[in-house]
Structure formats: C-alpha cells, structure tokens
Design a protein around this ligand. Structure first.
Ligand SMILES: NC(=O)c1ccc[n+]([C@@H]2O[C@H](COP(=O)([O-])OP(=O)(O)OC[C@H]3O[C@@H](n4cnc5c(N)ncnc54)[C@H](O)[C@@H]3O)[C@@H](O)[C@H]2O)c1
Length: 392
C-alpha cells in the first residue's frame, strides 16, 4: 500500500434475516413524516413495494412512490425522477431494489435541493454533501450499491454508461435483509451473484487495494462458491440467500474503497450499446479479461484459487490462473449464463467501436494491474465474442 488509505462506509448497516421489518425505526430516527420509496416495476410486481409502504403507513408515515425505473437506468430517467420526487418534498429517500433502483434513489437523494444539476450529472463537478437522508434496501445479491459511493447510468445519446462518484452517494443506512432476495429469479440471482464475485476479485487485484479492502474481498471470495449454486437453483434456500447477501455486501465494501478495473471498463460499452445487463456482461467478460491481466498478479491468483477451493498452487503458482479461468467458464455453464458475446447478439463489426469506447474509461483502466490499450482491449472482446476458447 502506498501512502494513506481512506475507508468509507454508510453510517449504519443493519444486516440479517427480517431486518427489513425494522425499517420504520430507522425512518423515525430521522424524525421523518414523509418518505418516498424509489423502486422499479419488477419490484412492484413482487409485492415488496406494497409491503414496504404498509410498514411505514402503519406507523403514521406518509409514503409516496417513484417506481418508473426500468432496468439499468439512464441519465434522462434520473433527471425526470429528481424533478418528480422533488415535488413530494420527502424527509427521507428509500431505495428498494437491485442496483438500478438503489443507484437512482441515492442520486435523487443527493441532488434534492440543488439547483444547478447538469454539471453534477456530466461528472464535471462532484456532488457535494447531501441534505436529505437516504436508506437503501438491496433486493438482489450483487451490486453492493448500498455501500458504494458510485451510481451508474446510461447515456442514451452517446450509447455508453457512466459512473458518478461522490461521498454524497453513500446512504445513511443500509438494511440488508437476505429474505428480500428470495423472490429473485434464477437469471438475476446468477448474473448479480457473479457480478458480486467480479467486484471481489477486481478490487482484490486493484491498484488501490489495501489490507482493509482485501479483508472484505477475501471473505467474499471464500463464501461465494459455498452459496452461489444453491441460491440460483434452489432460490428458496435461505441459508444460501444469507451467504450471497454477505458476498455482495462485503464485495461492495471492497469495491467502494479499492475500486474495480478492466472488466467493468469493458462492460460499460456493452451496457450502453447493446443494453446487456451489468451482471451478465461482467460475468462473461471476467474470464477473458483475467486471462490477460491475471498474469501480472500471480500471488493473488494463488490466493483466489485457494479461496475458491480449487487447490493449493503455492508450489505451482503459474497454474493458478488457468484453474480460476476454467472454474469461471464452467460456472457460466452451470448457472445458465451466456458464455460468448455472439450469444448476446453483439455484432462482430462493432467490436472496434466497443474497444474505442472502453479505452476511454480511464478511471477504471488505471486501477487495473496491467496497462490495456485499445488494441489489447479489442483482442479481449474478440476472444469473448467467440467464447469458450479457453476450455480445457
Ligand atoms: N452503484 C454501484 O456501486 C453499482 C455496482 C454494480 C452495478 N451497479 C448498477 O446496478 C444495476 C444492476 O443492478 P442489479 O444487477 O441489481 O439488477 P437490477 O436492479 O437492474 O434488477 C434486475 C431485475 O431484477 C428484478 N428484481 C430485483 N430484485 C428482485 C427480487 N427480490 N425479486 C424479484 N425480482 C427482483 C428487478 O425488478 C429488475 O427487473 C446496473 O445499472 C449497474 O450499472 C451499480
């Protein structure tokens, strides 16, 4: 570790089965009379938005809702959401859902009461401190957005995704109740679960990793193989949902403070151009990016292989990376996730343009332990386009 390390986290994290039922206590701790629940249509269909609302209304709290979010929100949607939520004059903003709902909720809370928003949304100016408290409740086990100071939105004009970064995006309270993830369908459980693993491994090898972030990343990687299969194939199994919520939350803490790298940089243009879900893109790209970048961090690969229970590679460190890549490719198959860009409908002709866009995500590329230029990025996309090339 060079120099000093900052470590940030929400003021309070309440983790555990049925912690959701204590939401009104947290709301009342802010002396709030009016709240807004920010969520999405899928969540409305699960009945969780109604349940959340009832918990608060029963305690005499006025509840408004903004549930117009569609997966992977855009800046355009965010702007209209801020305007609408402003008219409700909430004392607290509650984000209920996966990363899409939580990112929208935390950014709305951070922007409320601020007049000039365009410079914040363009990323030119960092959003200054928040005036309205924010509580986040994740319903997927993946993004860790309840503990990060990032929020990701699609720029529909430029066909890319961009991240906003500010301490004002950290919530006051994160309530992580694994019960809320039990209704998650297998595909979302699989893609968001591998997304969480990607956060753990990318932040573990990140240039900005510290002993503090590594502690969380290592624990997340150790728990991941114990729970991911059950969570996807037997979703009502609460133990695996608890395990995956821990993976997601711990990987999120590591990601928040160490940052992520090239997998995310290459996933952004896929999300922006082809609207591939964030978790699916990360899961697919991870083995192909690691194939290139993993060579530069052999000791960490030995440790990752051990956390994943792939064997002891201390005597043969150069073989650890291969074992991890094989495990990840096998995982895509076991979890029924796409294993090539071709399968996702990506046009081969567009790969150079995707590589050009990805090479501009310098915030993440510079945090990767290997210098990736446009040419090398294109080579990774080409490998991922054909897929399965790494199978033994
Ligand atoms: N802020 C961060 O640090 C961060 C980190 C990673 C990803 N992200 C962002 O998060 C977004 C992806 O989030 P996600 O993977 O959690 O998916 P999501 O929030 O887009 O949700 C995917 C789908 O699952 C449904 N869903 C969520 N929880 C459910 C439940 N319990 N039961 C039934 N359905 C449920 C939603 O309604 C939605 O249709 C992307 O926009 C990505 O860029 C943010």
């Amino acid at each position: 570790m060079n120099g000093y390390a900052d470590f940030q986290s929400p003021n309070r994290v309440r983790f555990g089965v049925d912690s959701f039922l204590t939401l009104s206590e947290e709301v009342q701790s802010f002396d709030a009379k009016r709240v807004v629940i920010v969520s999405d249509k899928g969540m409305v269909n699960t009945g969780l938005v109604d349940r959340t609302s009832r918990l608060l209304v029963d305690e005499g709290i006025h509840v408004d809702r903004f549930t117009d979010i569609e997966g992977e929100p855009s800046f355009q949607l965010l702007e209209s959401a801020v305007t609408e939520v402003e008219s409700y004059q909430p004392d607290v903003v509650i984000g209920l859902g996966g990363g899409s709902a939580m990112d929208t909720a935390k950014t709305i809370a951070a922007l409320l009461g601020k007049e000039e928003r365009s410079s914040y949304l363009s990323g030119e100016v960092t959003i200054p401190s928040r005036m309205v408290p924010c509580i986040l409740l994740p319903t997927t086990a993946g993004t860790g957005a309840e503990v990060t100071m990032n929020a990701i939105f699609g720029d529909t004009k430029q066909g890319v995704k961009r991240g906003l970064v500010s301490s004002a995006l950290l919530p006051d309270v994160a309530i992580v109740d694994p019960v809320l993830t039990r209704s998650c369908p297998p595909r979302v459980t699989a893609s968001s679960g591998v997304d969480a693993f990607t956060h753990a491994i990318e932040s573990y090898v990140a240039v900005r990793a510290t002993p503090f972030t590594n502690m969380y990343a290592e624990k997340a990687m150790e728990l991941f193989p114990l729970h991911i299969h059950q969570a996807v194939h037997n979703g009502s199994n609460l133990e695996s949902r608890v395990g995956m919520s821990m993976v997601s939350h711990m990987a999120g803490i590591s990601l928040a403070n160490a940052g992520v790298g090239a997998v995310h940089a290459l996933a952004y243009p896929l999300g922006g151009t082809y609207h591939v879900e964030h978790g699916v893109a990360n899961a697919l790209l991870l083995p192909f990016v690691l194939e290139v970048t993993g060579k530069t961090c052999t000791p960490q690969m030995v440790s990752v292989a051990s956390k994943l229970q792939l064997g002891d590679y201390t005597e043969t460190p150069d073989l650890a990376l291969d074992a991890i890549i094989y495990y990840l490719l096998q995982l895509l198959e076991d979890l029924d996730l796409p294993s090539s860009l071709q399968e996702l409908g990506v046009d081969e002709q567009s790969l150079p343009q995707l590589a050009k866009e990805a090479s501009k995500v310098t915030r993440l590329l510079s945090n990767t332990p290997y210098t990736l230029n446009e040419k090398k990025i294109l080579a990774i996309y080409e490998r991922a386009y054909n897929g399965r090339g790494l199978r033994r």
